[in-house]
Design a protein around this ligand. Structure first.
Ligand code: SAH
Ligand code: SF4
Length: 429
């Protein structure tokens, strides 16, 4: 989501005539796109913003903008300006479309600095310019915001209520991306399964996927989406994925915890049995489906027994990979005032969780050995000269010999060797 928002920021700047530079000393404008999902993301942002102070001193015309969800926390905009008076523009995620106007105002000396209430204007703005940087894949927002209020999570507070884009607008953008030659499109939303809930016209995620699947043969392409919420995914969605050629056999289904007690405290609205039932349904309909997840440890009240439930579900489901996090207190959320788990306990648990998941990933990788899989080549391998990398339909990363001409092509690759999460092979002639 943040990467795509950065593409919209860059699109606005490109529209104004700016070009990209990798050297901050050369820059006429620097925009920090922040995230406040966890404390370390905020710390990174603050450190990076602080580091441009000297640039601004030696180049007073440099415009510094801070945008993104960090500025949308209670009073954060005002506090940022106090801490870093050199910031010229502060915007949130909901009014990013104002960036161009703000830059022009500063360039034309109409204002010295601008702080627009980051929480205003949660309307959907269509047709923002986008400067895409993601190679073969294009990101496509289908909705914004979130209504779920998981008790650990800051997103609903900073990004506002769920707003779905009109189906026709999404389909127009989707088709235009295929026409532009993108080989992969990833649909984005905090909970894509509740797409349409505010549209009042019966449109929902299954219908959207049905329309997307109608374009299966329009070009050769792949479709992915993230994130799914276990409380809202249903059989219609699973059936459409199973039947569509373009929609990948790859589902990101964040579980967060394997303990019913913790899931309830997190306000997730599902139990471990319900989650396991969905996994069963997916595996029956799509036997090779790559299932990935997000898991958190150290949530308030988590005891060893709860953590053991998490390890158990990791073993049972067989996630092809998992994003693992230590719970981080977010001011203003319900969990922030619950009794906290000591840091050293969380640290120990995250290490044990990663070890368990690595073993699962390694075992699943082994099942690929000897098989031939269609791979979309995404890039040259930055670590190994003469090699390229790409992904299988199920989302697994594959490395094999090849050159840049292959980028964007679909090739059949025989897997010869596997190493934890990575697969190695060669093109099958
Ligand atoms: N909307 C998506 C995820 C958004 S945030 C979903 O519900 O799946 C991505 C992940 O960050 C979450 O799945 C969760 O595992 C993690 N996360 C969110 N808030 C967190 C917090 N306060 N501390 C640690 N991890 C957190
Ligand atoms: Fe946060 Fe839960 Fe919404 Fe995901 S579904 S963004 S974790 S509140």
């Amino acid at each position: 989501m943040n990467i795509h928002e950065s593409e919209k920021i860059a699109g606005t700047l490109e529209y104004l005539g700016y070009t990209e530079t990798k050297d901050s000393k050369e820059a006429d404008i620097i925009v920090f796109n922040t995230c406040c999902i966890r404390d370390n993301a905020e710390k990174h942002a603050l450190g990076n913003i602080g580091a441009v102070k000297h640039l601004k001193k030696s180049k007073p015309d440099l415009i510094v903008a801070v945008v993104g969800c960090m500025t949308q926390q209670d009073m954060a905009g005002v506090q940022l300006k106090e801490k870093f008076p050199f910031i010229d523009i502060i915007l949130g995620t909901n009014n990013l479309d104002k960036l161009g106007e703000c830059v022009l105002d500063i360039v034309n000396n109409r204002h010295k600095s601008i702080l627009i209430d980051p929480n205003e204007n949660p309307a959907i703005v269509e047709h923002q310019p986008v400067y895409r940087t993601s190679g073969t894949n294009a990101w496509l927002n289908i909705m914004y915001g979130c209504n779920n209020f998981c008790t650990y999570c800051i997103v609903p507070y900073v990004r506002g209520r769920e707003r779905s884009r009109k189906m026709s607008d999404i389909m127009d953008e989707f088709k235009s991306l295929l026409d532009q030659g993108y080989q992969e499109i990833t649909l984005l939303g905090q909970n894509v399964n509740s797409y349409g809930s505010n549209l009042d016209n019966g449109d929902n995620f299954a219908r959207l996927l049905e329309n997307i699947a109608k374009l299966d043969d329009y070009t050769k392409h792949r479709v992915r989406f993230m994130s799914s919420h276990p409380k809202d995914i249903n059989m219609d969605i699973i059936d459409i994925i199973a039947d569509s050629k373009s929609i990948c056999n790859n589902i990101h289904l964040p579980i967060q915890s394997g303990s019913d007690k913790i899931l309830q405290l997190m306000n997730r609205h599902y139990t471990r049995d319900h989650y396991l039932q969905i996994i069963d349904d997916i595996k029956k309909k799509i036997p090779d489906c790559g299932i990935t997840t997000d898991i958190m440890v150290g949530f308030p009240y988590e005891e060893e027994e709860d953590f053991q439930d998490t390890l158990d579900i990791v073993r049972r489901v067989g996630f092809s990979s998992a994003f693992t996090f230590v719970y981080s207190i977010r001011r203003g959320t319900k969990a922030a005032v619950m009794p906290q788990v000591p840091a050293e306990v969380s640290k120990d648990r995250i290490q044990r969780l990663i070890k368990e998941q690595n073993a699962v990933t390694k075992a699943i990788s082994k099942t690929y050995e000897g098989g031939v899989f269609e791979v979309l080549v995404e890039d040259i391998n930055p670590k190994k000269e003469g090699f390229v990398c790409g992904r299988t339909d199920t989302g697994r990363l594959v490395n094999f010999q090849g050159n840049a001409d292959l980028i964007g092509k679909f090739v059949d690759v025989k897997i010869e060797k596997t190493q934890s999460a990575s697969l190695f092979g060669s093109i099958k002639e």
